[in-house]
Design a protein. Sequence first.
Length: 286
Amino acid sequence: MKRAFTKALLFGIVALQGAVASAAPATDDKALLAAVQGEWRTDEAKARDRYRHPVESLTFWGLKPGMTILEIQPGSQSWWTDILAPYAKTTGGAFYATGADLENPKLSEGARKARSSFEARYLTKPELYGDVRILNWGDVSKSLPADTFDFILTARSIHGWMQDEPDTVHDTFVEFHKALKKGGILAVEQHRAKPGTNAEKPASGYVTEAYVVEQAQKAGFMLAGKSEINANPKDTTDHPFGVWTLPPNLRSTPYGSGKDEDPAFDKSKYLAIGESDRMTLKFVKK
């Protein structure tokens, strides 16, 4: 009886240690906490914190005061920008973002408007966002400044690159490697496909973790850590309209189809799932 009790106690201690090891990292970075809690962030943006865990994720990735930061393809919502740009300003760092490639004569009008909207939002409030610098990046301007950045974040972009030219993903990771200083960090957040899924042209928006790790390592990165901070075991990844069926998009028609949303589509199932299951990976330039 005593032996059984001791064994059970030890099992409980090991289980507790495992839980602590996988728990979200804490931080005493007051500037980061202030950026996440900032009143300039919309209620809609803050409502997504429960799925995207900005404090825990950025702490895990190793964001530090004074870093020179590059955000890749921030997009129209600019969810991370509202945290990273004020953080860089407050801590004496620098913030860059890639923007639509204005050097490309074939650039769509939609891409031009998206960049203009980003500029109107982030270049007009230096007292909040600091000196935000936007880099042309695309089919023509493929190079980033070398040995410049301490921290590069790419969030939910890899599935898009995989549907471009065959070497786009590899070339992109190589460019990130060149752009980082020695010891610099590449932070990756990406919708996660089930292990063993075919990683080619993932129209669903999901990518396997093994594929991402392989591509980063081929480019010269060292995998410094994985976290389950942004895992969602409820996400089956087999939704009718890909990852965009889930919040925050809640699509009821194929992505990019141009079709009107279906008012009869039952979204309750997908609201109950929440946002996608995501890998959270940290790579370092050796």
